[in-house]
Design a protein around this ligand. Structure first.
Ligand code: SF4
Ligand code: SF4
Length: 294
Protein backbone atom coordinates (compact mmCIF):
# COMPACT_ATOMS: atom_id res chain seq x y z
CA UNK A 1 0.00 0.00 0.00
CA UNK A 2 1.36 3.46 -0.86
CA UNK A 3 1.92 6.05 1.82
CA UNK A 4 0.23 9.50 1.77
CA UNK A 5 3.48 11.19 0.75
CA UNK A 6 3.97 8.69 -2.12
CA UNK A 7 0.41 9.33 -3.31
CA UNK A 8 1.19 13.06 -3.58
CA UNK A 9 4.19 12.48 -5.84
CA UNK A 10 3.11 12.81 -9.50
CA UNK A 11 3.96 9.82 -11.70
CA UNK A 12 7.32 10.21 -13.44
CA UNK A 13 6.99 11.52 -16.98
CA UNK A 14 8.90 9.75 -19.77
CA UNK A 15 12.25 11.44 -20.34
CA UNK A 16 13.08 12.76 -23.83
CA UNK A 17 16.55 13.69 -25.09
CA UNK A 18 17.38 15.33 -28.44
CA UNK A 19 20.95 15.05 -29.76
CA UNK A 20 22.92 16.57 -32.62
CA UNK A 21 25.80 15.15 -34.62
CA UNK A 22 27.02 16.49 -38.04
CA UNK A 23 23.96 18.28 -39.42
CA UNK A 24 22.34 21.64 -40.14
CA UNK A 25 19.87 21.55 -37.18
CA UNK A 26 16.86 21.59 -39.52
CA UNK A 27 15.33 18.39 -38.10
CA UNK A 28 15.60 19.62 -34.50
CA UNK A 29 13.96 22.83 -35.70
CA UNK A 30 11.07 20.73 -36.99
CA UNK A 31 10.41 19.71 -33.40
CA UNK A 32 10.45 23.35 -32.27
CA UNK A 33 8.17 24.20 -35.22
CA UNK A 34 5.51 21.92 -33.72
CA UNK A 35 4.46 24.92 -31.57
CA UNK A 36 1.02 24.00 -30.10
CA UNK A 37 1.78 20.29 -30.13
CA UNK A 38 5.15 20.96 -28.52
CA UNK A 39 3.42 22.54 -25.51
CA UNK A 40 1.18 19.48 -25.16
CA UNK A 41 4.22 17.24 -25.53
CA UNK A 42 6.13 19.20 -22.88
CA UNK A 43 3.23 18.49 -20.49
CA UNK A 44 3.50 14.77 -21.08
CA UNK A 45 7.28 14.26 -21.21
CA UNK A 46 10.27 15.66 -19.42
CA UNK A 47 12.52 17.26 -22.03
CA UNK A 48 15.75 16.34 -20.28
CA UNK A 49 18.35 17.17 -22.93
CA UNK A 50 17.70 19.41 -25.94
CA UNK A 51 20.47 21.98 -26.43
CA UNK A 52 18.70 23.64 -29.37
CA UNK A 53 15.90 24.62 -26.96
CA UNK A 54 17.58 24.87 -23.57
CA UNK A 55 21.01 24.77 -21.93
CA UNK A 56 19.56 22.56 -19.17
CA UNK A 57 21.17 19.14 -19.27
CA UNK A 58 19.69 16.45 -17.05
CA UNK A 59 21.70 13.22 -17.05
CA UNK A 60 20.27 9.95 -18.40
CA UNK A 61 18.86 7.40 -18.60
CA UNK A 62 16.29 8.60 -21.15
CA UNK A 63 13.14 6.83 -22.32
CA UNK A 64 13.49 8.18 -25.86
CA UNK A 65 16.45 9.75 -27.64
CA UNK A 66 16.05 11.52 -30.99
CA UNK A 67 19.35 11.79 -32.86
CA UNK A 68 19.98 14.22 -35.72
CA UNK A 69 23.13 14.18 -37.85
CA UNK A 70 25.69 11.74 -39.16
CA UNK A 71 28.86 10.30 -37.66
CA UNK A 72 31.84 12.18 -39.09
CA UNK A 73 34.30 12.51 -36.19
CA UNK A 74 35.78 10.26 -33.48
CA UNK A 75 33.90 12.37 -30.88
CA UNK A 76 30.59 11.74 -32.66
CA UNK A 77 31.33 8.02 -32.70
CA UNK A 78 31.90 8.05 -28.93
CA UNK A 79 28.73 10.13 -28.47
CA UNK A 80 26.44 7.73 -30.37
CA UNK A 81 27.72 4.85 -28.24
CA UNK A 82 26.98 6.89 -25.12
CA UNK A 83 23.50 7.81 -26.40
CA UNK A 84 22.71 4.16 -27.08
CA UNK A 85 23.90 3.17 -23.61
CA UNK A 86 21.65 5.72 -21.83
CA UNK A 87 18.54 5.44 -24.05
CA UNK A 88 15.73 2.91 -23.79
CA UNK A 89 14.69 3.77 -27.36
CA UNK A 90 16.82 5.49 -29.98
CA UNK A 91 15.20 7.09 -33.04
CA UNK A 92 17.29 8.71 -35.77
CA UNK A 93 15.75 11.71 -37.53
CA UNK A 94 16.59 13.13 -40.95
CA UNK A 95 18.72 12.28 -43.97
CA UNK A 96 22.03 12.77 -42.16
CA UNK A 97 21.25 10.44 -39.25
CA UNK A 98 19.49 7.81 -41.40
CA UNK A 99 21.63 7.89 -44.57
CA UNK A 100 24.84 9.87 -43.90
CA UNK A 101 23.47 13.11 -45.41
CA UNK A 102 24.93 15.33 -48.10
CA UNK A 103 28.23 15.10 -46.24
CA UNK A 104 28.40 11.41 -47.25
CA UNK A 105 29.64 12.67 -50.62
CA UNK A 106 33.03 12.47 -48.91
CA UNK A 107 32.67 8.67 -48.94
CA UNK A 108 33.46 8.79 -52.68
CA UNK A 109 36.42 11.15 -52.38
CA UNK A 110 39.65 11.74 -50.50
CA UNK A 111 38.73 13.47 -47.24
CA UNK A 112 42.32 14.70 -46.75
CA UNK A 113 42.05 16.58 -50.04
CA UNK A 114 38.77 18.22 -48.94
CA UNK A 115 40.27 19.13 -45.56
CA UNK A 116 43.28 20.76 -47.21
CA UNK A 117 41.09 22.71 -49.64
CA UNK A 118 38.69 24.03 -46.97
CA UNK A 119 40.78 24.71 -43.84
CA UNK A 120 43.83 26.95 -43.42
CA UNK A 121 45.18 24.52 -40.77
CA UNK A 122 43.90 21.07 -41.79
CA UNK A 123 46.12 19.51 -39.13
CA UNK A 124 43.71 20.94 -36.49
CA UNK A 125 40.76 19.03 -37.98
CA UNK A 126 40.06 15.63 -36.48
CA UNK A 127 37.65 13.88 -38.83
CA UNK A 128 36.74 10.42 -40.08
CA UNK A 129 37.18 9.45 -43.73
CA UNK A 130 33.44 8.76 -44.08
CA UNK A 131 30.07 10.15 -43.05
CA UNK A 132 27.84 7.33 -41.84
CA UNK A 133 24.34 6.95 -40.41
CA UNK A 134 23.91 6.17 -36.73
CA UNK A 135 22.67 2.66 -37.58
CA UNK A 136 26.13 1.83 -38.97
CA UNK A 137 27.46 1.96 -35.40
CA UNK A 138 24.72 1.12 -32.89
CA UNK A 139 21.28 -0.56 -33.00
CA UNK A 140 18.52 1.93 -33.83
CA UNK A 141 14.84 1.42 -32.92
CA UNK A 142 13.39 3.52 -35.75
CA UNK A 143 14.62 5.71 -38.62
CA UNK A 144 12.55 8.74 -39.65
CA UNK A 145 13.64 9.93 -43.07
CA UNK A 146 13.51 13.39 -44.66
CA UNK A 147 15.56 16.53 -45.20
CA UNK A 148 14.16 17.96 -43.12
CA UNK A 149 11.74 15.50 -41.53
CA UNK A 150 7.99 16.09 -41.63
CA UNK A 151 6.55 17.46 -38.35
CA UNK A 152 3.40 15.31 -38.45
CA UNK A 153 5.51 12.18 -38.94
CA UNK A 154 7.81 13.28 -36.10
CA UNK A 155 4.88 13.67 -33.68
CA UNK A 156 3.57 10.25 -34.74
CA UNK A 157 6.98 8.66 -34.08
CA UNK A 158 7.31 10.29 -30.65
CA UNK A 159 3.80 9.42 -29.48
CA UNK A 160 4.05 5.87 -30.86
CA UNK A 161 7.31 5.19 -29.06
CA UNK A 162 6.06 6.66 -25.81
CA UNK A 163 2.88 4.54 -26.11
CA UNK A 164 4.91 1.43 -26.93
CA UNK A 165 3.43 0.87 -30.40
CA UNK A 166 4.91 0.83 -33.90
CA UNK A 167 4.86 4.23 -35.64
CA UNK A 168 2.37 4.43 -38.51
CA UNK A 169 4.83 5.72 -41.10
CA UNK A 170 4.25 4.41 -44.66
CA UNK A 171 7.28 3.03 -46.48
CA UNK A 172 6.02 3.49 -50.03
CA UNK A 173 7.40 5.94 -52.61
CA UNK A 174 6.65 9.59 -53.43
CA UNK A 175 4.72 8.36 -56.51
CA UNK A 176 1.91 7.15 -54.21
CA UNK A 177 1.61 10.62 -52.69
CA UNK A 178 1.66 12.15 -56.15
CA UNK A 179 -1.25 9.98 -57.23
CA UNK A 180 -3.14 10.70 -54.02
CA UNK A 181 -2.85 14.44 -54.74
CA UNK A 182 -3.98 13.96 -58.32
CA UNK A 183 -0.74 15.35 -59.75
CA UNK A 184 0.12 14.92 -63.39
CA UNK A 185 3.36 12.94 -63.50
CA UNK A 186 6.17 15.29 -64.55
CA UNK A 187 8.17 12.42 -66.06
CA UNK A 188 5.35 10.99 -68.14
CA UNK A 189 3.88 14.35 -69.18
CA UNK A 190 7.00 16.44 -69.65
CA UNK A 191 10.01 14.11 -69.61
CA UNK A 192 11.25 15.76 -66.40
CA UNK A 193 13.69 13.50 -64.51
CA UNK A 194 12.20 12.50 -61.14
CA UNK A 195 13.47 10.32 -58.29
CA UNK A 196 9.94 9.92 -56.90
CA UNK A 197 9.65 6.21 -57.76
CA UNK A 198 12.65 5.35 -55.54
CA UNK A 199 12.19 7.98 -52.82
CA UNK A 200 10.49 7.46 -49.45
CA UNK A 201 7.10 9.11 -48.98
CA UNK A 202 6.59 11.81 -46.35
CA UNK A 203 6.71 15.19 -48.09
CA UNK A 204 3.28 14.92 -49.75
CA UNK A 205 4.94 14.96 -53.21
CA UNK A 206 5.97 18.56 -52.71
CA UNK A 207 8.21 19.03 -55.76
CA UNK A 208 5.99 17.32 -58.38
CA UNK A 209 3.09 19.40 -57.04
CA UNK A 210 5.06 22.42 -58.30
CA UNK A 211 5.94 20.70 -61.60
CA UNK A 212 9.47 19.81 -60.51
CA UNK A 213 11.10 16.40 -60.37
CA UNK A 214 11.88 14.90 -56.97
CA UNK A 215 15.58 14.90 -56.09
CA UNK A 216 15.33 12.34 -53.32
CA UNK A 217 15.55 14.33 -50.08
CA UNK A 218 13.39 11.82 -48.14
CA UNK A 219 15.89 9.02 -48.78
CA UNK A 220 15.35 5.64 -50.40
CA UNK A 221 11.92 4.00 -50.45
CA UNK A 222 11.46 0.38 -49.53
CA UNK A 223 13.21 -1.72 -52.26
CA UNK A 224 14.19 1.08 -54.67
CA UNK A 225 14.59 -0.19 -58.24
CA UNK A 226 17.41 1.88 -59.67
CA UNK A 227 17.94 -0.57 -62.55
CA UNK A 228 14.57 0.50 -63.90
CA UNK A 229 14.81 4.19 -63.11
CA UNK A 230 18.34 5.07 -64.26
CA UNK A 231 17.60 4.33 -67.96
CA UNK A 232 14.58 6.68 -67.71
CA UNK A 233 16.74 9.44 -66.25
CA UNK A 234 19.17 8.96 -69.15
CA UNK A 235 16.31 8.88 -71.64
CA UNK A 236 15.05 12.17 -70.23
CA UNK A 237 18.33 13.90 -71.04
CA UNK A 238 20.60 13.44 -68.03
CA UNK A 239 24.18 12.46 -68.78
CA UNK A 240 25.98 9.94 -66.58
CA UNK A 241 27.66 12.58 -64.46
CA UNK A 242 24.34 14.30 -63.74
CA UNK A 243 22.69 11.01 -62.77
CA UNK A 244 25.58 10.13 -60.46
CA UNK A 245 25.27 13.55 -58.81
CA UNK A 246 21.50 13.18 -58.43
CA UNK A 247 21.76 9.71 -56.91
CA UNK A 248 24.41 10.78 -54.42
CA UNK A 249 23.07 14.14 -53.29
CA UNK A 250 20.96 12.83 -50.39
CA UNK A 251 21.46 9.10 -50.67
CA UNK A 252 25.18 8.48 -51.01
CA UNK A 253 25.25 5.94 -48.18
CA UNK A 254 22.18 3.97 -49.31
CA UNK A 255 23.50 0.65 -50.67
CA UNK A 256 21.16 0.66 -53.71
CA UNK A 257 21.97 4.27 -54.64
CA UNK A 258 25.70 3.82 -53.99
CA UNK A 259 25.79 0.67 -56.15
CA UNK A 260 23.92 2.30 -59.03
CA UNK A 261 25.99 5.50 -58.97
CA UNK A 262 29.28 3.61 -58.77
CA UNK A 263 28.26 1.34 -61.66
CA UNK A 264 27.47 4.43 -63.74
CA UNK A 265 30.73 6.07 -62.81
CA UNK A 266 32.61 2.94 -63.83
CA UNK A 267 30.98 3.06 -67.24
CA UNK A 268 28.12 0.57 -67.03
CA UNK A 269 25.71 1.30 -69.87
CA UNK A 270 22.73 2.44 -67.82
CA UNK A 271 20.68 3.11 -70.94
CA UNK A 272 20.77 -0.56 -71.92
CA UNK A 273 17.31 -2.19 -71.89
CA UNK A 274 16.41 -3.53 -68.43
CA UNK A 275 13.97 -6.31 -67.51
CA UNK A 276 10.44 -5.07 -66.75
CA UNK A 277 9.77 -4.42 -63.05
CA UNK A 278 7.86 -7.20 -61.33
CA UNK A 279 7.65 -6.54 -57.58
CA UNK A 280 6.14 -3.87 -55.34
CA UNK A 281 8.36 -0.78 -55.20
CA UNK A 282 10.05 -1.74 -58.46
CA UNK A 283 9.57 1.71 -59.89
CA UNK A 284 8.49 3.14 -63.18
CA UNK A 285 6.91 1.45 -66.14
CA UNK A 286 7.51 3.64 -69.21
CA UNK A 287 4.15 3.04 -70.84
CA UNK A 288 1.80 4.32 -68.16
CA UNK A 289 -0.68 7.01 -69.22
CA UNK A 290 -0.35 10.71 -68.42
CA UNK A 291 -1.45 11.49 -64.88
CA UNK A 292 -0.31 8.15 -63.50
CA UNK A 293 3.11 8.01 -61.90
CA UNK A 294 5.68 5.78 -63.50
S1 SF4 B 1 9.41 15.61 -53.81
FE1 SF4 B 1 11.38 14.63 -53.37
S2 SF4 B 1 12.90 16.30 -53.24
FE2 SF4 B 1 10.85 17.23 -53.13
S3 SF4 B 1 10.46 17.42 -50.92
FE3 SF4 B 1 9.58 15.45 -51.59
S4 SF4 B 1 11.20 13.90 -51.26
FE4 SF4 B 1 12.16 15.94 -51.17
S1 SF4 C 1 7.69 9.95 -61.09
FE1 SF4 C 1 5.77 11.01 -61.54
S2 SF4 C 1 4.30 10.11 -60.11
FE2 SF4 C 1 6.35 9.62 -59.33
S3 SF4 C 1 6.83 11.27 -57.91
FE3 SF4 C 1 7.67 11.85 -59.90
S4 SF4 C 1 6.06 13.11 -60.83
FE4 SF4 C 1 5.12 11.97 -59.15
Amino acid sequence: MSTVSEALVPPARPRLAVWKLASCDGCQLTLLDCEDELLALADRVEIAHFFEASSADAPGPYDLSLVEGSVTTPDALALVRHIRAVSRRLVTIGACATAGGIQALRNFADVAEFRAAVYARPDYIDTLATSTPVSAHVPVDFELQGCPIDRVQLLEVITAHLAGRTPGIPDHSVCFECKRRGNVCVTVAHGTPCLGPVTHAGCGALCPSYHRGCYGCFGPSDSPNLRALVPLLRRDGMDREAVVRLLRTFNAYSPAFARASTALEEGEDASAPQPAPTARGDGPGPDEPEGAGP
